[in-house]
Design a protein around this ligand. Sequence first.
Ligand SMILES: [Zn+2]
Length: 115
Amino acid sequence: MSIERLTPEQKHATNVEVDLKQRQVRITWGDGFESIYPLDLLRKNCPCAACNEQRKDDDPLRILKPDQALASGDLTPGNPVELVGNYALQFNWIDGHRTGIYTFEFLRRLSPPKA
Ligand SMILES: [Zn+2]
C-alpha cells in the first residue's frame, strides 16, 4: 500500500461491480483506473476492529494463524455490498460478518497495482 496522497479522482469510485462467479469486486475510479479485488483479499484486509486485532496478534498459542482465520470469504448473494454514505462500502460476508467499513480511500490504497 502506498502512502502518497491520493487525488480526489483517485479515491472517487465511478462504478462498483460485484462478480460472485469470479469471486471478485471491480471498481472503476475517477482517474480511469480499474481495480480488481479478489474476495479473499478484501476479506483478509477487513478493516473492522476485530479483524485488526486478529491480524496484529501473533500469539504463538493461537491455534489458527490470522491468515488462516481470515483468508477466505464469500459474499451474500442477495445483498453483497452496500454503499455507506458516499465514502465507503460495506460487504456482507456469507458467514454474517459485516462490521468492516471499507472507505474508498482504503480500497484505492489496497488496490492491486494493475487491473
Ligand atoms: Zn472484520
